[in-house]
Structures are given as C-alpha cells and as structure tokens.
Design a protein around this ligand. Structure first.
Ligand code: ZN
Length: 192
C-alpha cells in the first residue's frame, strides 16, 4: 500500500473519459488500496482513479461520517437522480479551492465492488453530492465546470478565525493559473 501523487487541474488525465474496468485483477486491487491510503491523509471524502493518474472507472468514497468505511466503486453510474441543491465543494485535484455547485439531492448508483458483485447505493445529501462529484471525474468533469463562479474562494488556515479558516474570493482564471504553477513545481520536483 502506498500514497500516490495527486494529479492537479490542468493535467490531461483529469479531462479524459476513464476506461471501463473489464477485469478485477491484482493491479486493480493494488490501485484501490493505494487510493484508500491516498485519500486518508489528504482528508478527502472521495477519490477517483484519474486523480492518481490512472484513467480507469474506479472511485473510493467514505460511506459514513465516522469515516471507517471506504467503499470501492467500479464502473459506477448514476441510474436515478432527484432534486437539486447547493453543495459547497472542494477537490483534492484543486487544492484549497472551494465553491458552490448544484448537485442532486438524492441519487441511486449502480456499481461493481472489488468482489465483482453488482451493488446499488441509495444516497442523499452530502454523500449524494460526493458520489456525483466522483462519477463526474470519470467523465472528465471537475466541480469547477458546475460551480457558480461568484462563489469561488480559497479556503486557507487562519488561527485568528473561529472556524480556523478564512475564505478569500477568487476567480476561475486566477485559480487555473495557480494550479498550472502547482503542476510546474510538481514537474520540477520529479526532475530533481
Ligand atoms: Zn474531486
């Protein structure tokens, strides 16, 4: 098991449609293990394989708020969505950026688990938003594609605030530029 490097907004793999999984083999089990490790310390609610540079239709999601169950969903798809509500979102591939997107209030997901069994998940609220967010990743979509641009903020630690964070308004252009710089510094690290 290992923590893999996160891909950032601007890297082509995040904009590609992920390939369907046809076989659950050792490589896939290792990928899921690594994704679980990677999302742990990074405190994300979910992770999609393209976020660790693998263009496969696999996502791992915290299924409860206690965070002790991480489900692996293979070839997940939304078969039913209902309602619309605001969702204050972030993404490990767009670090510290937050914004309000519109998501379904409830979803029904069909997927396959690591044992190859077909599973159905009914979810509402934050879990529904999270599942929709992760499944979007598998279609090359990011939350900034859905976000109300007027709500984009950098969420930065700030001890002076009661919440421990401050929210600095930003724009899509500024954010895109920041992530381009992040990718450049990642490349430089890899080369040195
Ligand atoms: Zn994401």
């Amino acid at each position: 098991m290992a923590v893999r490097e996160i891909t950032y907004c601007g890297e082509p793999v995040l904009r590609r449609k992920a390939r369907r999984v046809h076989e659950i083999d050792d490589d896939l089990v290792r990928l899921v293990d690594d994704m679980r490790d990677t999302m742990g310390p990074a405190a994300g609610m979910g992770l999609a394989a393209p976020q660790v540079g693998v263009s496969l239709a696999v996502t791992t999601v915290w299924m409860d708020t206690e965070g002790d169950e991480v489900a692996a969903l293979i070839n997940p798809k939304i078969v039913k969505r209902e309602g619309e509500e605001e969702s204050f979102e972030g993404c490990l591939s767009l670090p510290t950026l937050r914004g309000i997107a519109t998501r379904p209030t409830s979803v029904v997901i069909e997927a396959v688990n690591l044992d190859g069994e077909e599973i159905v998940i009914e979810a509402e609220g934050i879990l529904a938003h999270c599942l929709a967010h992760e499944i979007d990743h598998l279609r090359g979509k990011l939350f900034i594609d859905l976000v109300d641009p007027d709500t984009l903020v950098w969420m930065r630690p700030d001890e002076r605030k009661e919440s421990g964070y401050r929210f600095d308004p930003t724009t899509l252009a500024e954010a895109t530029e920041a992530f381009t710089r992040l990718i450049e510094s990642k490349r430089q690290r890899e080369q040195s």
